[in-house]
Design a protein around this ligand. Sequence first.
Ligand SMILES: Nc1ncnc2c1ncn2[C@@H]1O[C@H](COP(=O)(O)OP(=O)(O)OP(=O)(O)O)[C@@H](O)[C@H]1O
Ligand SMILES: [Mg+2]
Length: 258
Amino acid sequence: MAYIAIDKVSKTYLTVSGESVCALNEVSLDVEKGEFLAIVGPSGCGKSTLLRIVAGLLRPSSGQVILDGREVKGPISGVGFVFQRPVLFNWHKVIGNVLAPVDFAGCRKRDYVDKAKELLALVGLSSFEDKYPSELSGGMQQRVAIARALILGPSILIMDEPFGALDALTRDQLNLELLRIWREGRQTVLFVTHDIQEAVLLGDRVAVFTERPGRVKETISVDLPRPRGVEIKSDNRFGKTVVRIYNLIAYKNIKEYI
Ligand SMILES: Nc1ncnc2c1ncn2[C@@H]1O[C@H](COP(=O)(O)OP(=O)(O)OP(=O)(O)O)[C@@H](O)[C@H]1O
Ligand SMILES: [Mg+2]
C-alpha cells in the first residue's frame, strides 16, 4: 500500500447561508514515501481542502486518507505545513518563529536551538536569526516559514502555493533551495501551485485536478533527470510536459492562443 493513500475523498461544505458546496468529489491518489507530488488545478477546485484533509485538520465528508497504514482521523504529527503567506509572529525574532512549533508540541525549546540555527543556515538566513520578520523581504520571510516547517523533522511536507506571492526570480531561487532541502531530507512532499512550470520543475509527478468539484483528471509523470537546475527549463521534455498539463487545464487548446 502507498505511504499516503487518498481513497475516494469527498468534501461538502455547508456555508453560513445554508448552501452546500461540494469541493471535492471522490478524489483518489496514492503518494509514495519520499515522493515529490505537485498538484495543479483551477482556482476553487479543492486543492487547499485536500491538503487540510491529508494533514488531519479537516474531516472528509466521505472517503478516507490512510497514512502509513493508519487512517487519518485528526491532526497528525510529523507534518510540516507551509502556506502561501508566511504567517510569522511579528513580535518574535526569526529564531523564535522557527522555534514556535516546538512550543506548540510541548517540547523544550532549548533542545531545538541548534537545529533551528542549522535550518536557518540551510535556507540562507544564518545572519538573520535575531531580526524581526518586518525587517525581512517576502522571500526571506517565506524561507523562515520553510525552516519553521522543518523544525520538528517532519516526514511529510505540505506546501500550499508557498511561493505564489513572490516574484519570478525569487521563486526560481526558492524552488532550487527546496529541491536541495528535499534531496537531503527526502520528505514526502505535497506541493500545490498555480504555476505549471514550477510543478514540472519540482515534481516527480503532477496531479492535475478538474474544476470544482475537484477530481484528479490525470496524473502526469515528470520524466526529467535529477538533480534539476533552471537549465532543465530549456529541455524539450520540460516544455512538452508543461504544454500537456496546460492543455489538460485550459478550456481551449493552448495553440489557439498563440
Ligand atoms: N470553510 C468553507 N466553507 C464553505 N465553503 C468553503 C470553505 N472552504 C472552502 N470552501 C469552498 O470550497 C471550494 C474549494 O476551496 P479550496 O480553498 O479548497 O480551493 P483551492 O483549489 O485551494 O482554490 P485556490 O486555488 O483559489 O486556492 C471553493 O468553492 C470554496 O469556496
Ligand atoms: Mg487554495
